[in-house]
Design a protein. Structure first.
Length: 31
């Protein structure tokens, strides 16, 4: 069973990753 801290950290990391990907793709899509 995973600790809540690990889950929270993973969720935050995933959120940051998705934000970075969107920020990188947005100019290409809007281009």
């Amino acid at each position: 069973m995973r600790h809540p801290y690990d889950t929270a950290t993973g969720t935050i990391a995933l959120g940051l990753l998705l934000t970075a990907v969107l920020a990188a793709l947005l100019p290409l899509v809007a281009g």
